[in-house]
Design a protein around this ligand. Structure first.
Ligand code: ZN
Ligand code: ZN
Length: 290
């Protein structure tokens, strides 16, 4: 199993408990590395989860923990940074000044309602329908394609080290309520996005949160996307997107078995500051406890 997690939220954004609580659990589970990636502040908006002042405290806290736990575990400082052109991108000054170890780039908002409120598509079915209706005149294909266009723009322009939960737009699409993943247009949108990621050098995360929260039966992204990504040589890693210390490696076994099935033999994790390959299966020479 992957002995690291690089995507986690503490009480500095929408997670529970302190970063220290996560590290104690990570050490108890024998992880080699742990990265914090609370949601970056989104200024001048009603949708931000962290203030700029909160960001300062967060950065100090993670730096303090790096030193405090130096002997026990590698601690990394990151943020999950939204891409909302005009509001926040990976080169917003306070993101650059944060001197992060890596950046997770994410699209949680697609354009905005008439009053300027960004459309967060993950909340409820009602809000999803409202966004499609009011922003895209009821055209689901246009809405979903716009989501993937934003991811491509983010990756092409900013090359975040990690691309978060690639097909998150399907969160509320259980039973293909809104669209079919088999439609030609959907597959084309995803494949085009994978092509952009493949040429960016970014790592695509395999986010297990939807699986262990029973949102969907797979990680984000799902099986066919992973198989395509493997063909294109895109590096991946497992990310629990934990919002509570009990979730720091949840779904990793399932995620790892899915990766092996789709042809992946290794994940990419941070080790002493470098992103390095780590085998998904322990080699015969080294036992898992070594
Ligand atoms: Zn996210
Ligand atoms: Zn997250």
């Amino acid at each position: 199993m992957q002995l690291a997690n690089h995507h986690a939220h503490s009480y500095f954004s929408d997670g529970r408990l302190s970063p220290r609580d996560y590290l104690q659990e990570a050490i108890a589970q024998g992880l080699s590395a742990y990265g914090f990636s609370d949601h970056a502040p989104i200024p001048n908006s009603t949708v931000g989860l962290m203030s700029l002042e909160g960001l300062e405290r967060y950065l100090v806290e993670i730096d303090t923990l790096k030193e405090l736990y130096e002997e026990d575990i590698q601690v990394y400082k990151s943020l999950e940074v939204d891409y909302i052109p005009g509001l926040i991108t990976m080169d917003s000054p306070y993101i650059v000044e944060a001197k992060l170890d890596y950046v997770i780039g994410a699209v949680h908002f697609v354009d905005a309602f008439g009053d300027g409120t960004p459309w967060g598509f993950e909340g409820s079915v009602e809000n999803f329908e409202r966004g499609v209706e009011e922003i895209f005149q009821g055209d689901i294909q246009m809405a979903v394609e716009r989501y993937y266009t934003l991811i491509r723009a983010m990756v092409a322009e900013y090359r975040p080290k990690i691309v978060a939960h690639l097909d998150r737009i399907k969160k509320l699409n259980q039973g293909e309520r809104f669209f079919s993943e088999q439609s030609l247009w959907y597959r084309e949108a995803v494949e085009k996005t994978l092509t952009t990621i493949a040429s960016s050098g970014s790592i695509m995360e395999v986010n297990t949160k939807g699986y262990y929260k029973n949102e969907i039966a797979e990680p984000y992204p799902g099986r066919w996307v992973l198989a395509k990504a493997k063909e294109m040589g895109i590096p991946v890693h497992l990310a629990s997107d934990a919002h509570h210390p009990r979730d720091i490696t949840k779904g990793f076994e399932f995620g790892a078995s899915l990766l092996l099935e789709t042809g992946y033999e290794e994940v990419t994790i941070l080790s002493e500051g470098d992103w390095v390959p780590a085998p998904l299966k322990p080699s015969k020479l080294h036992s898992i406890s070594s």
